[in-house]
Design a protein around this ligand. Structure first.
Ligand SMILES: Cc1cc2nc3c(=O)[nH]c(=O)nc-3n(C[C@H](O)[C@H](O)[C@H](O)COP(=O)(O)OP(=O)(O)OC[C@H]3O[C@@H](n4cnc5c(N)ncnc54)[C@H](O)[C@@H]3O)c2cc1C
Ligand code: SF4
Length: 542
């Protein structure tokens, strides 16, 4: 690779609000306006405009293909973002963010549904695929070509396009400051996170649409670049079938919000509906079903939040909500990452009712909240029933034990930071006071005792070198059918131990270069710095 000057990743890069790409034309066709049947021709039809789909579409369009992008959700302008969780959750999330797993315990699994997919509402944290995870993929899944050097140009390209830079301490908020204080008192490893932003002002509402237009989600980075290269986005268009001809995909059929039908005739179909919906679309025609693995192997990185009350003002809604991480125990499958938001969001997520809830809300200004994320060994399954996704996921006792260790350690960190009381989200554990963790240490924490959410579904159409164990080959082509590839979280074969968007985007970039038969980009600048969390694979289930 030709060496280019390093790309800045410091405070100036993070806070500079210039440089967002603005296309001359928005090439959007609203599905509400398609009532009859419309047929379009394209080289490639990309289904879904989230982390994987938008990236694949932009690269294919810039590489010279005509691209049609289908998106079930709508396009939303930055000006529409009110910063009010109650309004925005309804508009930007699927089922008002109430998608949940069935199983023990039930787990809320929010998914974005809009141009930009879940990146529109995500926290903007950026990690590359950890090197040990790539090694595991080579060893257990035969993904020989996914080495760190081979992926390096794709990571760089994604990071440059998204302007990945490190949160400066002054925007990280006091929630991060107290956690950092605790980590440093204990000598634990941690750092400010790297995020995809330009001109972030620390307004604290990333999960509800960034009103500053600072978060560089794919809807304002990759999708506009795809338009500039000639691609068209059809919104309100839900792909329902992939039609085949002579063992090759030839057409995607979508139902439009206007009650009509859109047919995209194409050479290449790139499915990027996300980990929950991609297997359902493939399954309807029996695509990728030969191994029996389609819809299985669902990993979700289950997560929970510990809250602590201090004597000092924290105001956790000020600053970047996810700005700091503690990776001291990442090699055990535990990551602690910021989890904060505005008071109305906190009021929806805090436990209890009536007087208990009121008491917590009265102390909200002095409350800190931080997340515990587990790199899961449990696996779930997705199926379609009555036209809807049914997600089954049961947390195993191993992962429940990892959660217990995570809760104990984060509590220890909070005591070291000077917390007065700590609230852990495990049934039967009372409010912990005055540095005493013994009620938590004595508690039996079973899967059903935990209160969990999950933000990173992965693996339901996993890639692998052996068609008997995988749905996709190493180039993300669906085994057994020509012309269908997958570019989203479903292709990722295991949990990662870190947030997945950069992994998904790098794999989607690689796929596009493969379809274009182009060599990897050779002049992408290296970042000045990038996060290197202490992840090992001892905890990752193959
Ligand atoms: C609150 C929250 C915070 C997060 N924070 C982070 C973070 O900080 N860092 C990180 O790395 N990850 C984060 N994630 C996860 C990350 O955003 C996702 O892993 C990533 O966006 C998944 O990419 P994808 O391409 O698989 O799917 P998505 O981004 O979900 O995109 C799929 C798209 O396909 C569309 N679609 C589905 N079915 C159809 C159909 N049949 N026809 C047409 N369109 C369809 C959907 O509407 C959606 O827009 C977070 C997630 C959430 C919910
Ligand atoms: S903290 Fe505010 S300005 Fe920064 S990315 Fe999040 S929503 Fe946008």
């Amino acid at each position: 690779m030709v060496s280019a000057p390093a790309r800045p990743t410091g405070e100036q890069a993070y806070t500079d609000g210039t440089g967002t790409f603005h296309p001359l034309q928005r090439r959007i066709v609203a599905g509400t306006g398609i009532a009859g049947e419309r047929v379009v021709d394209a080289d490639a039809c990309v289904i879904g405009t989230g982390a994987g789909g938008a990236v694949a579409a932009k690269e294919l369009a810039e590489g010279g293909m005509t691209v049609a992008m289908l998106e079930e959700g709508e396009w939303h302008d930055t000006d529409e973002f009110t910063a009010r969780p109650r309004d925005m959750t309804l508009r930007l999330y699927r089922d008002a963010a109430q998608v949940a797993t069935l199983g023990t315990p039930p787990i809320v699994l929010p998914l974005g549904r809009a141009v930009g997919g879940t990146t529109l509402v995500n926290s903007g944290t950026c990690f590359r695929t950890p090197k040990p995870v790539l090694e595991l993929w080579r060893e257990h899944f035969g993904l020989e070509e996914l080495t760190e050097p081979a992926l390096e140009p794709f990571f760089r390209r994604v990071e440059r396009t998204l302007n990945v830079a490190q949160v400066p301490a002054r925007l990280a908020g006091r929630n991060a400051a107290v956690v950092r204080r605790g980590a440093e008192a204990l000598g634990w490893s941690g750092d400010f996170l790297f995020r995809n932003v330009r001109g972030c002002v620390g307004s604290g509402v990333c999960a509800f649409g960034c009103p500053a237009g600072a978060k560089q989600h794919v809807g304002i980075t990759y999708v506009p670049r795809a338009w500039a290269a000639g691609a068209t986005t059809y919104t309100g268009a839900r792909a329902e079938r992939i039609e085949l001809e002579g063992g090759r995909a030839r057409e995607v059929v979508a139902r439009t919000r206007g009650g009509g039908r859109l047919r995209v005739r194409c050479e290449h179909v790139i499915v990027a509906c996300g980990t929950i919906h991609t297997p359902l679309l493939l399954h309807r025609q029996g695509l990728g079903a030969e191994s029996g693995e389609l819809g299985r192997n669902l990993a979700i990185h289950p997560a929970t939040a510990v809250r602590a009350l201090f004597d000092e003002d924290i105001e956790l809604w000020r600053g970047v909500p996810q700005s700091y991480y503690v990776d001291e125990f990442a090699d055990e499958g535990l990551m602690f990452e910021g989890a904060a938001g505005p008071p109305d969001y906190m009021s929806m997520t805090l436990p209890g009712l009536g007087a208990h809830h009121r008491e917590l809300m009265e102390g909200i200004g002095r409350m800190s909240q931080f997340g515990v994320m587990v790199s899961d060994t449990s696996r779930g399954r997705v199926r379609e029933a009555f036209g809807r996704a049914h997600v089954r996921y049961d947390l195993n006792v191993h992962d429940a034990a990892t959660f217990k260790r995570g809760l104990e350690r984060l509590t220890e960190l909070y005591w070291a930071a000077g917390a007065r009381t700590v609230l852990v989200p495990a049934a039967g554990v009372p409010v912990l006071r005055d540095g005493d963790s013994s009620p938590l240490q004595r508690a039996r924490v079973r899967p059903r005792d935990l209160e969990l959410m999950a933000f990173h579904p992965l693996g339901t159409a996993r890639a692998g070198g052996d068609p008997r164990r995988a749905v996709l080959d190493g180039d993300l082509a669906v085994y057994g059918i020509r012309g269908v590839h997958v570019a989203d979280g479903s292709a990722v074969p295991s949990s990662l131990g870190v947030n997945p968007q950069i992994t998904i985007m790098a794999l989607a970039t690689r796929l596009a270069f493969h379809l274009l038969d182009a060599p990897p980009p050779s002049n992408e600048p290296p970042p000045e710095r990038i996060a290197e969390p202490r992840v090992s694979v001892a905890h990752v289930a193959a």
